[in-house]
Design a protein around this ligand. Structure first.
Ligand SMILES: [Zn+2]
Length: 189
């Protein structure tokens, strides 16, 4: 059984807190992961990091529709050996391609904000598997993008930080409003 967690939005200071490594895959961590998957699915996201649900364990979850894991329609998956649902515990990028690509992203903590972010096309992530053993996973294309976005969250970094100066100016008022709304809710809660 899993529970839906509240998603914390921009302006909540927890989003700027760096996550702490997890010492072991405990039942509490398994529960957190299950609840994060349920929360992400309910919100129709492709990724979610601990801070977005008010936690600071170094845990993020990813889940892509198969159609996102291809370069072009009707082509084979870019990451055929990686399950389409993935929980990363204590993830760390140990290798990244020089090749980058820019693509529009959104974030569950930023309703109505979208913008282009340039990221490495391919990465290798060292992390703990759910069996508690260290492992490495190579991710390509959109999957690599989603993982980099979530690992940014774990470092307290947000996708808007990576927007161009011009884009930052364009969304400044929107961000200010979202921040005020979030702070108001926090105050009321
Ligand atoms: Zn996000």
């Amino acid at each position: 059984m899993s529970f839906l967690l509240a998603i914390h939005t921009y302006g909540d200071p927890i989003l700027r807190k760096p996550a702490k490594p997890v010492a072991a895959i405990t039942p509490e961590i398994r529960t957190l992961i299950a609840d994060m998957f349920a929360t992400m699915r309910a919100a129709q996201g492709v990724g979610l990091a601990a801070q977005q649900v008010g936690r600071t364990e170094a845990v993020c979850v990813l889940e892509l529709p198969e159609s996102y894991d291809v370069e072009d329609e009707n082509e084979p998956r870019l990451n055929p050996d990686v399950p389409l649902s993935l929980a990363l515990v204590n993830p760390r990028i140990v290798e990244r391609s020089d090749e980058t690509c820019s693509m529009e992203e959104g974030c569950l903590s930023f309703p109505d904000v979208r913008g282009n972010v340039e990221r490495a096309w391919s990465i290798v992530v060292a992390h703990l598997g759910l069996d508690g053993r260290p492992q490495k996973t190579r991710l390509n294309g959109f999957y690599a993008r989603a993982a980099q976005h979530e690992m940014d969250h774990l470092a307290g970094k947000l996708f808007v930080d990576r927007f161009t100066y011009v884009k930052k100016l364009a969304i400044r008022a929107k961000l200010r409003n979202l921040e005020a709304e979030t702070k108001e809710k926090l105050g009321a809660g």
